[in-house]
Ligand binder design. Structure first.
Ligand code: ADP
Ligand code: ASP
Ligand code: MG
Length: 407
């Protein structure tokens, strides 16, 4: 008998009819002789709604209470699915994070899973009762609720799959697998049968929200067979695999985009040792995650320093760096929160030169100005004005011949 973890996302449980359909699918897997542990997201839009409620009561709502608020979405969806499963004659029960023992660190709103006690899950499976587990939430050492960051139910699913040594973790969603780009932006984006953990981690970290980055990290670390597939249609989806020599390696596997970016520039600061640490010290201490950093060589002993953060951290970051700018005698501290990051990802880039030039040339041909660049062995990221993001994604998708027509 195989043991499968099936995770259903927000759209897949977005209405009562869809929850009934999910119950049907879970039931079918059970009837086929599999043991199933279900992990759920909140119904589509519910986490946003709760977040807005919290933000409307305070400009800076206490993160530990926001976790209690946001976790409520999954509490509702798991109960609804367990009810639907029972109605279909499949014994089932809901599990909140503390009932499964999803232990996390204390970092509210972006907690990391430390361990999962599998006893309750195993007991439930052994008695033929399908567990329906709340994704996204955890419990810290002090017994308080935590959440794993938006999109974090994927990570709950993979962590559960690793803890129970499942045969496969299936991420069931509103697309039929991982595509060469977001199919909402590129109409002829092609579904990939396989993608390596390494590439998937890069795509996810660079904004492809089809998988939460930490879920890919977990799957790679604990060798969890991970598949992304449609909640609505049949099909094998995309299998995330360890690198294999026999597998054909295209130069570029996919294009990712991240819209929720912002940049901050401090210009005319002294070009002396310690400046970067002075500027970024308070930001890192907040803690606010800094992504790209660019500092040019100043001819007149002065330099411009630019870095990017998540758009949601923009206002707070400006507040933090303005006093540093004044202290350093900066000419100006400015920012732009209408930017986006577009990235080209592929392990084949390791053995192929010239990918960067193709990126730069093709964007130039479309008159898209590149504001910042960052590269690694298997990716090239550029920051562009947000209004050019979709054009940039489509242009790069075409230049690297990723579309269906190229098959
Ligand atoms: P869920 O609610 O099931 O977790 P998400 O909205 O988090 O679903 O993720 C699925 C969405 O990810 C798709 O609807 C699609 O728009 C988006 N997406 C972004 N990049 C990709 C990609 N490369 N392949 C497939 N989907 C992608
Ligand atoms: N419900 C949470 C969110 O909307 C977690 C998830 O869906 O993965 O971010
Ligand atoms: Mg998701």
């Amino acid at each position: 008998m195989t043991l499968i973890v099936q995770k259903y996302g927000g759209t897949s449980v977005g209405s009562i009819d869809r929850i009934r359909a999910v119950a049907g699918r879970v039931g079918a897997s059970r009837d086929a002789g599999h043991q199933v542990i279900v992990v759920l997201s909140a119904m589509a839009g519910e986490t946003d709604r709760l977040q807005e409620l919290g933000s409307s009561i305070s400009a800076r709502p206490a993160p530990e209470e926001m976790d209690v608020l946001l976790a409520a979405g999954e509490q509702a969806s798991i109960a609804l699915l367990a009810i639907a499963l029972k109605d279909l004659g499949h014994p089932s029960r809901s599990f909140l994070a503390h009932q499964v023992g999803v232990r996390t660190d204390a970092d509210h709103q972006r907690a990391r899973i430390e361990r999962i006690d599998t006893a309750a899950l195993r007991e439930s499976l052994a008695s033929g009762v399908t567990p329906v587990v709340a994704g996204f939430q955890g419990i810290n050492g002090a017994g308080r609720l935590t959440t794993l960051g938006r999109g974090g139910s994927d990570t709950t699913a993979v962590a559960v799959a690793a803890a129970v040594a499942a045969d496969e973790c299936q991420i069931c969603t509103d697309v039929d697998g991982v595509h060469t780009a977001d199919p909402r932006i590129v109409a002829d984006a092609r579904r990939l049968d396989h993608i390596t953990f390494e590439e998937m981690l890069e795509l996810a970290s660079l904004g492809s929200k089809v998988l939460h980055p930490r879920s890919v990290e977990f799957a790679g670390k604990y060798a969890v067979p991970l598949r992304v597939l449609s909640s609505f249609a049949a099909g094998g989806g995309t299998l995330i695999t360890a690198e294999s020599e026999s597998m054909e390696q295209p130069i570029v596997s996919g294009i990712a985009h991240a819209q929720d970016e912002a940049k901050i520039t401090m210009s005319g600061v002294p070009d002396v040792p310690g400046v970067a640490s002075k500027i970024l010290g308070p930001v890192g201490g907040a803690p606010i995650e800094v992504d790209m950093i660019v500092q040019n060589a100043g001819a007149d002993g002065l330099t411009d320093f630019t870095f990017t953060v998540k758009r949601s951290d923009y206002a707070r970051t400006l507040e933090l760096v303005r006093p540093v700018g004044a202290e350093l005698g900066a000419r100006s501290v400015s920012g732009d929160d209408q930017i986006a990051k577009v990235s080209v990802v592929g392990v084949g880039m390791r053995s192929h030169a010239g990918v960067a030039m193709r990126v730069f040339d093709s964007l130039a041909a479309e008159n898209i100005n590149i504001q910042m660049i960052s590269t690694s062995e298997i990716k090239i990221s550029v920051v562009v004005a947000e209004r050019y993001m979709e054009l940039a994604v489509r242009t790069l998708h075409e230049v690297f011949e990723l579309g269906k027509s190229e098959e």
